[in-house]
Design a protein around this ligand. Structure first.
Ligand SMILES: [Fe+2]
Ligand SMILES: [Fe+2]
Length: 383
């Protein structure tokens, strides 16, 4: 049975806005795999991993697998995967025709492939305009499947998969660029530094990845959340400067105006989706939920709609935890930075009340990863 991202177990009856996103590139890859199988019967798995240069992280993205997907929700440092790091540097391709007698002994990732029944692999790096973006992995249940003749003929297939991956990433980046341009022009960056946005996106990814097996989230959904979490406050461009930059406490009237940044943000996303004609794309839904729900609270005390519990999208709940945690642990004009322990203690106290308890628990158990993110994206003079 085909599993792939499409085979991720769905919760028995997920609430409407809780449903993982399964369309988009994952679905297209599964259809394309069906076509590829007509000519290449032995290609039993096609998978894409994408690369985040900021953290040197290679992360599973989408796959179409006839057997189990051995790398669902997997992240690794590229530097720790020496043969792959070399392909990323040189642009070379790699065939391993007998994984069972892998020359470097049996590394963990090879063991995972073998236990899922895959005996051979062909790996192609994805480059676009000279920049490395990730890998395509072809796997077969047959040893020796990737002969020179098959590899030669698979070149076109690899190019098509590369192109679709780049197009998907480009669409996502186009939205980010559009939002960033608006932010820059309006100079409405308020206290949100570049480093804050980099860190909170990675806290969101960390939480989502660890939540993924329990909640049936696809790797593609996790990636969209990572890309769009930093855009949560896009609507602040519509908040007047005297309120946005006011150093002291806001009056109740000013706070009412400040709160409109959520509905303004939704309007901006909707306008953008209409302008670019991408309203139906799954990533737009993730972006809209991030913007719409990042100030809602589990107990209904949030805004703008006072949604309760799972009425709030998972995107919104994860973004809220990631954003507040980084805000607490950062210096802001009106406050000094809390320690990680203090911020986690606060979130733990509010878990299940204001914040999603599972998301908070994950963050509380991720102190090493938090330290890594903080050191990789420290505040600088440039922010
Ligand atoms: Fe906000
Ligand atoms: Fe923020």
């Amino acid at each position: 049975m085909r599993s792939g991202s499409l085979g991720v177990a769905r919760p028995s009856s997920p609430p409407q806005n809780f449903r993982p996103v399964h369309q988009g590139l994952a679905e297209r890859l599964a259809c394309f795999h069906d076509e590829v199988k007509r000519d290449f019967e032995g290609v039993n798995r096609i998978a894409i991993a994408i690369y985040d240069a900021g953290t040197d992280i290679l992360k599973s993205f989408v796959d179409s697998s006839e057997g189990d997907n051995p790398f669902e929700h997997t992240v690794a440092r590229l530097a720790d995967l020496k043969p792959l790091a070399q392909l990323a540097r040189t642009g070379g391709r790699r065939v391993i025709n007998d994984l069972a007698s892998h020359p470097a002994g049996t590394p963990a990732h090879v063991r995972r492939l073998l236990s899922a029944g895959y005996l051979s692999s062909y790996t192609v790096p994805i480059f676009h305009k000279g920049t490395f973006h990730g890998f395509i992995f072809f796997n077969s249940f047959q040893a020796g499947y990737f002969s020179p003749a098959v590899v030669q003929r698979l070149r076109t297939v690899a190019e098509v998969v590369s192109l679709h991956t780049i197009m998907e990433l480009d669409a996502v980046r186009m939205i980010q660029a559009a939002v960033e341009t608006v932010r820059q022009i309006s100079r409405a960056r308020d206290e949100e530094t570049g480093a804050h946005l980099e860190r909170m996106a990675r806290y969101a990814r960390l939480i989502a990845l660890r939540l993924a097996p329990r909640r049936g989230l696809s790797d593609e959904w996790v990636e969209f959340l990572f890309q769009f979490a930093p855009l949560h406050d896009v609507g602040k461009i519509a908040v007047p400067d005297q309120i946005l930059f006011k150093p002291g406490r806001l009056t109740p009237e000013e706070f009412t105006v400040m709160k409109t940044h959520v509905t303004k943000g939704c309007e901006i996303v909707d306008t953008m989706a209409n302008t670019f004609r991408i309203g139906g794309a799954p990533y737009v839904r993730v972006l809209r939920n991030v913007v719409a729900h990042h100030h809602e609270a589990i107990d209904g005390s949030g805004y703008p709609h006072g949604l309760v519990g799972e009425e709030i999208s998972l995107e919104g709940r994860i973004t809220a935890v990631a954003d507040v945690f980084d805000a607490l642990t950062s210096v802001r004009p009106y406050k000094s930075a809390w320690s990680v322990e203090e911020a986690l203690a606060y979130l733990a106290e509010q878990g299940g009340r204001k914040f999603d308890k599972d998301a908070v628990d994950i963050l509380c158990n991720s102190q090493a990863a938090i330290a890594d993110i903080q050191s990789q994206f420290a505040e600088s003079q440039l922010d």
